[in-house]
Every structure is written in structure tokens, then in C-alpha cells.
Ligand binder design. Sequence first.
Ligand code: SF4
Length: 142
Amino acid sequence: MNFNTKSPWILHYDGTSCNGCDIEVLACLTPLYDVERFGVINTGNPRHADILLITGSVNDQSIPVVKQLYEQMADPKVVVAVGICATSGGLFTDCYNVVGGVDKVLPVDVYVPGCAARPQAIIDGVVKALAILDEKQNAMKK
Ligand code: SF4
């Protein structure tokens, strides 16, 4: 990893999750894990975000939203799918309106397993995303 990497700002979007993974994402911000001490910010503005972190599968209703959020983010950007629903559709795969995991709609860079995904796994996913963000940034400089 490049040591010049800045702390990433994250946009968290809940596709269609049961909120289990969202609670674990929020746990990363609590004093026990406290990712903000490393400068990681959970921003609500896609234009400020480096990482799009999605929980839950995507359905017909959420597809345009997910696409719009991604398009509003500046390059380089990384997509992290958190939890089995976001990575593959999970429990809800057979629901009438579920299209599947996030990679049915966007290029996913990091897959974080779990139901719910544990905070340690989510933080590990963000660290992996940082390395990919670095690679994309370096590729843009060439
Ligand atoms: S992976 Fe499990 S906890 Fe996470 S949104 Fe899906 S059902 Fe809920």
C-alpha cells in the first residue's frame, strides 16, 4: 500500500438490507472500533466519497439510485459490497423483485462476506479498498 494514501471518505447505501449489516457498519464508528480516529469519514455526499459501501441486495427500485450515486462520485472510486446479500443476493435472491448482488449493477471491487458482516471484516474490506483506490489513482496519473 502507498503510504501517501489519504483517509477514505465512505458513502454508505442500504440497497435492500434487513439492517443487520447496516448496524455492523455503524458499529465501526462506535468507540470500540472508532475508524474515525484514522480519518475515515462516513459522508452523506457522493461527491465527497472515495468508497461506495453497499449493504443489501439490489432490486428494481434501488438500481437507479445505486447507479446515480456511483455516477456522482469522482474518479478514482471503489465499490465495497458488504454482507452476503450485497455480494450475491443472499437470503433474498428468490424474492420477486430482487435482481441479485451489487455486481449485477456496478463493478464491485471488494466483497465482504458474512450475515451479518462483522465489523472486523468490514474494516478489512475498507483497507483492501484503499489499496485498490491507490492502484486506480496511480493508473490515472499515467
Ligand atoms: S447479509 Fe444478513 S444481516 Fe446483512 S443484510 Fe443480508 S440478511 Fe441482513
